[in-house]
Ligand binder design. Structure first.
Ligand SMILES: *[C@@H]1O[C@H](CO)[C@@H](O)[C@H](O)[C@H]1NC(C)=O
Ligand SMILES: *[C@@H]1O[C@H](CO)[C@@H](O)[C@H](O)[C@H]1NC(C)=O
Length: 489
């Protein structure tokens, strides 16, 4: 009974398949599954072979043992059978062709149940060597098919995950750094999918920032230019890279020199050693890391003079050029009368990039806490210029200006105002005057007192002379002793 049911199911399958073969696509090196859903290949006698011949078998199954595989070295370790599929891993060129699943229906009656045609997908890129960004690459994806069956649908997936439909067997792409990596040709048919891949190397620089570099005066920003770490100078040299340069193009507003473009640094790839040549450094220095492809610049502390575009170029012999531009915007607070002010003086403070601000960028002022400007500035909109008709002592201190896009601060600049009062100057003069007067008075008093003192001493001296006998006379008396007894008498 069981045998009969089995026989009937096989017969049904045979009728259903009726000699048609199932096409399966795969690329070399990939894994492919030949589906056996619903055939219960793990019960009964089954054979997998390249032809309908039983001798040429790759794998077989009987009710007493599990699946067994051919000893042929070509297949060793690459075949396996699950409930629903016969799996071939690491598909080789010789594998493409027919695979037949047969069943032993009764003794010496082996019938093919299912036939598969394994068809090859070939993906290729032209040129096969590395490309410089901007060059075109042609990607071709080809599927082998006997009868030009248009059942398969083909598209390409870029490394970034973009889908590009293939027309007339190929696609053309003008590559950028984002296209570096593995491209997949995806072949889909009857809800199945297979892929073939090809790798592309694109020589490009890392993307420049989308927005300008907003920095405050006196800050030391890095000006970045480098190629990705997966590339090397060797690959650039192989495509005949000749020179690397840094240029500075000042913003029109701060252009003091007639030339519009200044060369700052250069590297010649023709030289044996890779090293920077300083042309006109403007105080900038290349960062360490040249060998790793980091050609960024370190800046000194920047001023309004450094506003402009910094351009890094990689020049190839074939007119090809890779270029990155970093715009540097220096924020500065300018006081119309300098930082040292007198009380009552008019002053304008301007927070500026040297040109009108882009519409999406605004400023926010932070005057010293006690400044009257705190209350005058509205909460929402601050002007780039603050007009102070008369500065007062409360305006003394640090004024900060924040440059903002949306709610986020891009950078901020500061200025310290020192306000001295005119009154205090007059006070100083008065105090000095008073001090001088007091000094003169004291001097006079002193002189007068000294004078009087001297007069008194004079007078006392004269009186003494009269009263006290001169020692000379006493001596005279002693030297004449004869006189002495006489006078004593
Ligand atoms: C290049 O060097 C600078 C300074 O050391 C560093 O800030 C920057 O991140 C480096 N760039 C890359 C891509 O490594
Ligand atoms: C300040 O700006 C106003 C107009 O914005 C101008 O009239 C005035 O002369 C300026 N004052 C100073 C001290 O620069």
């Amino acid at each position: 009974m069981k045998f009969l049911i089995e026989l009937l199911s096989v017969m049904a399958a045979l009728l259903w398949i009726a000699g048609c073969e199932e096409v399966v696509y795969a690329a070399e090196g990939t894994t492919v599954d030949l589906g056996t859903e619903g055939l219960q290949v793990n019960t009964g006698y089954w054979y997998w072979s390249r032809t309908t011949s039983r001798q040429d078998r790759l794998a077989w199954h009987n009710p007493l043992s599990d699946w067994m595989f051919t000893n042929d070295k070509r297949w060793t370790g690459r075949l396996s059978v699950s409930r629903d599929a016969f799996r071939i891993t690491n598909v080789q060129q010789e594998d493409f062709g027919t695979f037949v699943l047969s069943k032993l229906v009764k003794i010496s009656d082996v019938r093919p149940v299912k036939t598969f045609r394994l068809s090859k997908i070939t993906a290729s890129a032209h040129p096969p060597s590395s490309l410089v960004a901007g060059e075109p690459a042609t990607l071709s994806c080809h599927v082998d098919s006997a009868d030009n069956d248009n059942m398969a649908d083909i598209y390409w997936l870029s490394p970034a995950g973009n889908r590009i439909r293939q027309r007339e067997g190929k696609v053309q792409v003008y590559v950028t750094g984002q296209d570096n990596g593995i491209w997949s040709c995806v072949v889909t048919w009857e809800q199945k999918e297979a892929r073939a891949t090809v790798s592309i190397t694109v020589l490009d620089l890392l993307p420049a920032p989308l927005h300008p570099h907003y920095v405050a005066e006196q800050s030391t920003p890095n000006i970045d230019c480098s190629f990705p770490s997966y590339l090397s100078w060797k690959q650039f040299k192989a495509r005949d890279l000749q020179e690397v340069h840094w240029y500075f193009i000042p913003k029109p507003q701060s252009r003091l020199v007639t030339e519009s473009q200044q060369k700052l640094f250069s590297i010649s790839l023709v030289d044996k050693t890779l090293a920077w040549t300083f042309v006109q450094s403007r105080g900038f220095t290349p960062v360490l890391g040249l060998l790793k492809g980091n050609v960024s610049l370190n800046s000194k502390s920047v001023t309004a003079e450094d506003r402009g575009d910094y351009v890094c170029t990689f020049n190839f012999s074939s007119q090809l050029l890779l270029k990155r531009t970093v715009s540097v915007e220096v924020l500065q607070i300018v006081s119309s009368a300098g930082p040292a002010l007198l009380h009552g003086q008019p002053v304008n403070l301007t927070c500026s990039l040297g040109h009108t601000l882009p519409s999406d960028i605004s400023v926010k002022w932070f005057p010293p806490e006690r400044s009257s400007m705190c209350s005058q500035l509205s909460a929402e909109h601050h002007p780039t210029r603050i007009v102070i008709p008369k500065v007062s002592r409360e305006d003394n201190g640090i004024w900060k200006c924040d440059l903002r896009r949306g709610g986020t601060s891009l950078t901020s600049a500061e200025i310290t105002l020192t306000i001295t009062t005119k009154w205090s100057v007059w006070m100083l003069v008065t105090i000095c005057g008073a001090a001088v007067t007091i000094f003169v008075l004291l001097l006079l008093i002193c002189i007068t007192w000294r004078h009087r003192q001297r007069n008194m001493i004079h007078r006392q001296h004269g009186f003494c002379r009269c009263k006290t006998p001169k020692p000379k006379r006493i001596l005279q008396k002693i030297t004449h002793p004869a006189e002495y007894p006489l006078s004593a008498h």
